[in-house]
Design a protein around this ligand. Structure first.
Ligand code: TXA
Ligand code: MG
Length: 343
């Protein structure tokens, strides 16, 4: 199959992408978080092709993308007021809500769960595609399973060229890490995955929020997890990632002492001069954590290609969007962190 690359600026793109989705094809769609691998979320056969193209485990459910909150009622039942409050405050935007699902949603989409994850993305062309397709669009991140998520159309083609009908190119993603996932299906709201909306922003609307332990610690083999995707080794470049915390100069001294040929350093722009000779890659600015979120996956992809052994990574504190950056890096690192006390 030849994969078409459609520009989001072309006025015919939304209709072409929508027609492909209606025909059961796979289309790479831009969102403000990461690129998605879209299919008609109510078409079992189309959804099955997502799992095939990505090499995704069958027990990992998909997020349904909708054009607006008015579509929520048709897909979910027993929607609590908190969900409407969150939708009003954060949609369209990088927030996914898990809610009890109606029978119209195929079991393939939900991987057999009685809940479904729903999100309304901010990217205008994608909401237009969903509206024209006339169906919610199931879309995991558009990467091969286990690889870092994709934040440009070029990344999508790198992983999936020839396996999908088209990709819609809307430039680099504005947020760069995946959406925040909140489970509202079982009483007290629970954070399953930090993302573009911070826990602080959620608490301002919800009052309280429980953070699932899968966010901050490795999952024991065989444990039951609320977000099935959390148990897989995600965002993993081929090299071993090691997070080094602590003040700039002391962390740099530690890393320079241990650096061996074949290793690399993932750091802040402000730190580049400290790592001359240590193959440094900057993924954003320490004084502007949103740039770190935007640059993280592209940097991990670059390091993946370079066949690196150990990646020493500098990582922001788990505050604001830093919470998502830290979660992704910690998972890539298998939660290996050198703390300030160990420097
Ligand atoms: O920003 C995003 O959310 C991107 C863009 C494309 O929208 N999508 C995304 O999808 O990150 P994916 O499939 O890579 O991650 C979805 C996560 C997985 O960890 C999955 O297990 C979890 O959402 N999930 C999906 N449905 C769920 C459900 N009913 N209950 C709990 N977790 C669910
Ligand atoms: Mg993913």
């Amino acid at each position: 199959m030849r994969t078409l690359c459609l520009s989001a600026r072309d006025p015919e793109t939304a209709a072409r992408a929508a027609a492909l989705l209606r025909a059961g094809e796979l289309v790479g769609i831009p969102t403000e978080t990461v690129y998605g691998l879209g299919a008609d979320g109510l078409n079992e056969a189309a959804v099955a092709r997502i799992f095939e193209a990505k090499g995704r485990p069958q027990d990992n459910p998909l997020i349904l993308h909708i054009a607006g909150p008015e579509q929520l009622d048709g897909l979910c039942h027993d929607i609590p007021q908190a969900a409407w409050d969150l939708a009003e405050r954060f949609w369209p935007g990088p927030l996914t809500m898990v809610l009890p699902c109606r029978d119209c949603v195929p079991r393939r989409t939900t991987a057999g769960l009685d809940t479904v994850a729903v999100r309304c993305p901010r990217t205008a062309v994608t909401r237009e595609i969903i509206r024209l397709a006339g169906t919610p669009v199931a879309a995991p991140s558009a990467n091969l399973s286990g690889k870092p998520s994709t934040t440009t159309a070029r990344h999508v083609l790198h992983d999936l060229d020839g396996y999908i009908a088209a990709v819609v190119d809307d430039g680099p993603c504005a947020v760069g890490v995946e959406s925040t996932i909140v489970d509202l299906s079982q009483g007290a709201p629970r954070l399953l995955r930090p993302g573009g909306i911070s826990p602080e922003q959620l608490r301002a609307v919800l009052g309280s929020l429980t953070v699932d332990q899968a966010v901050t610690a490795p999952i024991a083999p065989g444990a039951v997890v609320r977000a099935p995707g959390m148990k897989y080794r995600h965002y993993a470049p081929q090299g071993q990632v090691l997070i080094v915390d602590g003040p700039r100069e002391r962390a740099a001294a530690y890393i320079r002492r241990r650096f061996a040929p074949g290793d690399a350093v993932l750091c802040y722009e402000e730190e580049l001069p400290l790592y001359a000779g240590c193959r440094p890659t900057a993924y954003g600015r320490e004084d502007d954590p949103e740039t770190l979120a935007r640059g993280l996956f592209a940097a991990l992809r670059d390091l993946d290609r370079a066949d690196v052994k150990t990646i020493f990574a500098r990582c922001p504190p788990a505050v604001g969007v830093g919470c998502a950056v830290r979660n992704r890096l910690a998972k890539a690192a298998g939660f290996h962190v050198i703390s300030e006390a160990e420097l």
